[in-house]
Structures are given as structure tokens and as C-alpha cells.
Design a protein around this ligand. Structure first.
Ligand SMILES: Cc1cc2nc3c(=O)[nH]c(=O)nc-3n(C[C@H](O)[C@H](O)[C@H](O)COP(=O)(O)OP(=O)(O)OC[C@H]3O[C@@H](n4cnc5c(N)ncnc54)[C@H](O)[C@@H]3O)c2cc1C
Length: 439
């Protein structure tokens, strides 16, 4: 209805009505698309490629301000000097499906009651269907002394394109003392990444003969080393074998970068703080929902996009869908989860377009390749219930070289040529084959 009103309004006010299209049209500062995708990250590009095939490129638009699209999982290896930052990024124009309209601006406001979105350059876009893929937000500023502390050496963070190379610099310049790694007291994307760089640091310092002069310390807000017991058991064995100190329920609250000090609070006893001197500090920032979603009626109480966890359809607005880190789907936020979700969401939208009930259900599949050195990985794969959902018929909780090659060489290829082209919906079908149809 709102879309129709908008169409009428635009028809009467636009000069050059020949620009009107059955499903997408534009006037001075108004546009309309049948399928509007917010965010051109992993989920947004994957879904726009799938929607192009379903309803035609001219009916799909993506709102995304960034000129460069990054494969973020690569940053673990960039921070450890195993890959270059340049190899993790490609121009957004090159990943945008051809013919799909790229609206190069930032969404400022979503109004699901009028089926409209407003961008920061004053354009109002109306839609019939909306896919929200806005990711999550990093909050370095919630730690006292950051982000300005990153101007000092000895500190880095693999979570941002601006700070990931600082990790590698700090690692190379490490001389002796404490190498400290943090995990915040919020939901995060890729919950394994804060400790992957710790194992790589351990491996690098062994390789360069500095390990005996280093204390490696992992201070995590969580009460466990990893959320899934099978993999946690393996990781405890690895940290013990490698003489890595793990302190649970410790939350980074302040960085005094000029003095190379990091202050942690004890979450079980908030009056108790501990100061760690460091020669290397890796910060995983607090994270939270995208502020545009948080400020709209699409959000749940905590600010995440409120979707049905099995169909990915919004719980209140049936023409709105969500994918990836921005949603309240209760699984670990990863690109692997995005892949599995993209196949489900594709099916959900197919059904909704036909006025039928969504029938395919997401099982929470997510994956975390826990890099434990420059040539080994523990490949965690699990579902909503934290139950392992392993692709290969071998014990994946063991460190394996083959899994490292999968992480470093095969997965980027699958990302650029499979997921982003809307052709990769996760390893579900292969898992079935590998397990002879038993899983
Ligand atoms: C260090 C690190 C290691 C990781 N390791 C792994 C791994 O090993 N395996 C794995 O599967 N995953 C890993 N991940 C997680 C993975 O990268 C994310 O889960 C995935 O990219 C989420 O996709 P998304 O589309 O939800 O969000 P994103 O890919 O972050 O995309 C969100 C997009 O929305 C855009 N956006 C934001 N706000 C606005 C706005 N207002 N208007 C318009 N556009 C906007 C952003 O510019 C961005 O392009 C890792 C992440 C990091 C940082």
C-alpha cells in the first residue's frame, strides 16, 4: 500500500516519467525497489546475488557505503603476518552482482510501517521486501583509553581494518614480558578469533626464539574457554601443553597505552581490578547491534533484528527478513552461519513471494576454524544447541594441517566465488554425503 502511494506521488512529481520501471524507479530524491538489501557485506551480497536470479537484477538494490568489501575471516592471518591486508579486500563494485543497483550511501533510518528507508544523502527508498544485513558495531570507545591508544605501538586488534596491521607490527616488535589477549563482555563475531591470534603469537615467538621470554595471557569475560565442550576440552589441553595462562571472567575496561598497562575487572567481583603490564596487547572490542536497527521498530529489546530463528523472517513485519550478525538468531555470529542462513532465507523468500508458508528450517549451523598455529586448525562446527555438526567423518576437535589449508586457501575461494555469488549455502549437503546420509 505504502509502495503504491509512493509510486503515485513519484509519478506526479517526477520530471521524465520514462524512468519509471515496473518495479524500480527513481525521482529526484526518491527511489523504489521490489527487493531492497541493506548492507553489502557477506550476507547482503550473497542475498542480492540470489535475489537477482529470482526476480531479476533491475528489481534489486543494495545500500552500502564502503568502496571495499573485506573477507574479514582473513584478518586473523593478516594480524599474524601470514597474509596481506590487500589480499583480504576487493572493490565493492567487483562483488556487486551485475545489474543490481548499488546505492552508495549509509542507511540512516528504517520505517517498516511505511516500507521506506532513508539514507544519509537524503534519498528515501521504498520497498516491497526488505533484507536487513547490516552487521554489528564495534565499540572500542567503551574501553577507557581507546581508540586513541592505538596510536601507540605494542597494541593491535584484528577486528578492524584500521588496526589489524598494528597487531602484526606489535608481534614483530615483541621483546619480552606479557603478551595479553582480551575477550569482551558482549556478543562478538567469530568467538574463536580472540584466541586464534594468541596461538599464532605463541607459534611466532617459538619460531623466533622469544617464547621463553614471554608470558602469554588470555583474559576472557566468559566462564569457559569455548562454548562447545568437545572443542573446549581440546583447547584446554592445547593451552596447558603450550604454557598459556587463561584467566576466566576478566573484562578489559581500560588501556593506558603510554604506560603499556591494561586494566581488567573481575566480573564475579566488580570491585576487583587487575593491572597487566604488556609488551603486546591484542584487543577484541565490545560489540553491539547496529544503531540503525536499534533505533527502529525492527529491533528486539536488546537492539538486534528480531527474526524467527528458523525462517529468518521478521517476527512482526512479514515483508522484512534478516541475515547474519545483525540478527538475534541465537547462534555464533560467523560468515559460515551467513552461508547456511543464505540458503534458508532464499527458500523462505521463495515461499513468501508465492504467498505460501516458509517451510525450511535453519538449524543454527555455524563454524569456527580455530587456528592453533601457522599450520594447524581445530575445525569447530555446531548447531543452536552447541551440538557438534561436523562435515568430515573424522574427529574435528584434533589439530589438523589439512584444516589449516582449508581455512587459509580453500575458504577464501569459496567465499569470493561461491557465497558472494549466491552459490554456496554451507556444507550441509556434503556433510550428508560424507556421513553416508546419517547426519
Ligand atoms: C577477525 C575476524 C575473524 C573472523 N573469522 C571468521 C572465521 O574464521 N569464520 C567465519 O565464518 N567468520 C569469521 N568472522 C566473522 C564474519 O566475518 C562475519 O560474521 C560476517 O562477515 C558477517 O556478515 P554480515 O553480512 O552479517 O556482516 P558484515 O559482513 O560485517 O557486513 C555488514 C555490512 O553492512 C554495512 N553497513 C553497516 N551499517 C550500515 C548502514 N547504516 N548503511 C548501509 N550499510 C551499512 C557495512 O559497511 C558492511 O559492509 C571473522 C570476523 C573477524 C572480524
Amino acid at each position: 500500500m505504502a509502495a503504491l502511494q509512493h509510486l503515485k506521488h513519484c509519478y506526479s512529481t517526477c520530471i521524465g516519467t520514462s524512468r519509471l520501471h515496473t518495479s524500480s524507479h527513481a525521482c529526484a530524491n526518491k527511489e523504489h525497489f521490489k527487493m531492497l538489501v541493506l548492507g553489502g557485506g557477506s550476507g547482503g551480497i550473497a542475498m542480492s546475488a540470489r535475489m537477482k536470479r529470482k526476480i531479476g537484477a533491475e528489481n534489486v538494490a543494495v545500500v552500502e557505503p564502503s568502496e571495499t568489501h573485506y573477507y574479514q575471516p582473513m584478518w586473523t592471518l593478516v594480524g599474524a603476518g601470514a597474509k596481506s591486508l590487500a589480499s583480504s579486500g576487493r572493490p565493492t563494485a567487483s562483488v556487486m552482482p551485475s545489474g543490481v543497483k548499488w546505492v552508495k550511501s549509509r542507511v540512516q533510518e528504517i520505517n517498516p510501517d511505511t516500507n521506506t528507508v532513508r539514507t544519509d544523502n537524503g534519498i528515501e527508498i521504498s520497498y516491497e521486501y526488505l533484507i536487513v544485513a547490516l552487521g554489528l558495531q564495534l565499540h572500542y570507545e567503551k574501553i577507557k583509553g581507546l581508540p586513541e591508544g592505538f596510536e601507540h605501538p605494542k597494541i593491535g586488534s584484528n577486528y578492524s581494518v584500521e588496526t589489524v596491521e598494528k597487531t602484526w607490527k606489535a608481534l614483530q616488535n615483541f621483546k619480552e614480558g606479557n603478551a595479553v589477549f582480551s575477550f569482551p563482555n558482549t556478543p562478538v563475531k567469530c568467538a574463536g578469533a580472540p584466541q586464534k591470534i594468541m596461538y599464532l603469537t605463541d607459534a611466532f615467538l617459538r619460531k623466533t626464539g622469544k617464547r621463553t621470554k614471554a608470558n602469554i595471557i588470555y583474559n576472557t569475560s566468559l566462564p569457559v574457554i569455548f562454548g562447545v565442550k568437545k572443542y573446549a576440552d581440546s583447547l584446554w589441553e592445547i593451552v596447558q601443553r603450550r604454557d598459556i595462562q587463561v584467566n576466566l571472567r576478566q573484562n578489559l575496561i581500560e588501556v593506558r597505552a603510554d604506560k603499556q598497562e591494561a586494566v581488567f575487572e573481575n566480573l564475579d567481583n566488580p570491585d576487583e581490578t587487575r593491572v597487566f603490564e604488556y609488551d603486546l596487547l591484542h584487543v577484541t572490542p565490545p560489540m553491539g547491534p547496529n544503531s540503525v536497527i536499534k533505533g527502529s521498530s525492527l529491533a528486539d529489546e536488546a537492539g538486534w533484528l528480531d527474526v524467527n530463528k528458523e525462517t529468518l523472517q521478521h517476527v512482526k513485519y512479514p515483508n522484512v527478513f534478516g541475515i547474519g550478525d545483525c540478527t538475534n538468531v541465537p547462534t555464533s555470529k560467523t560468515a559460515a552461519a551467513v552461508a547456511a542462513q543464505s540458503a534458508i532465507l532464499n527458500r523462505t523468500i521463495t515461499k513468501v513471494l508465492k504467498n505460501e508458508k516458509p517451510d525450511k528450517k535453519y538449524d543454527g549451523y555455524t563454524s569456527c576454524p580455530l587456528v592453533t598455529s601457522y599450520n594447524t586448525v581445530v575445525l569447530a562446527e555446531f548447531d543452536f544447541n552447541g551440538q557438534p555438526l561436523e562435515t568430515f567423518p573424522i574427529d574435528q576437535s584434533k589439530e589438523r594441517r589439512i584444516m589449516y589449508h582449508m581455512k587459509a586457501d580453500l575458504m577464501p575461494h569459496i567465499y569470493w566465488h561461491g557465497l558472494l555469488k549466491g552459490l554456496w549455502g554451507g556444507p550441509g549437503p556434503y556433510r550428508k554425503i560424507m556421513h553416508l546420509g546419517m547426519k
